[in-house]
Design a protein around this ligand. Structure first.
Ligand code: SF4
Length: 101
């Protein structure tokens, strides 16, 4: 079940939250110009990542482990965070890679 209004959800998770372990953290392909290449990006589909201007902020996939929140009322853990983050750190690309379709 998805919640769109923070007041509808009873619990707000606090402490260090890794967005990578949240079901609302979405990985997608972003085409590079008019080419057949793409880069990997992540976004929060609850709209919690914003620039100061209010515009949505997206991040490069290889930085995903750095996306943390002190608290988030939408956090929806996908499993054992510790092992997941450990594996993710091991498998993430070390830079912004360009892929081809
Ligand atoms: S809903 Fe909260 S915890 Fe989940 S990805 Fe968005 S900001 Fe991170």
């Amino acid at each position: 079940m998805e919640f769109t209004d923070p007041s509808e959800k009873e619990e707000t998770f606090t402490g260090k939250i890794y967005c990578a372990n949240c079901s609302h953290c979405v990985l997608f392909k972003q085409q590079v110009g008019q080419t057949t290449s793409y880069v990997l990006r992540v976004r929060c589909n609850m709209g919690m990542w914003k620039k100061q201007s209010g515009e949505e902020k997206i991040y490069k996939y290889f930085t995903i482990v750095r996306r943390t929140m002190d608290s988030c009322c939408y956090y929806d853990a996908m499993g054992d965070e510790k092992n997941f983050i450990k594996e993710l750190r091991r498998n993430l690309p070390i830079r912004d890679e360009i892929y081809s379709y």
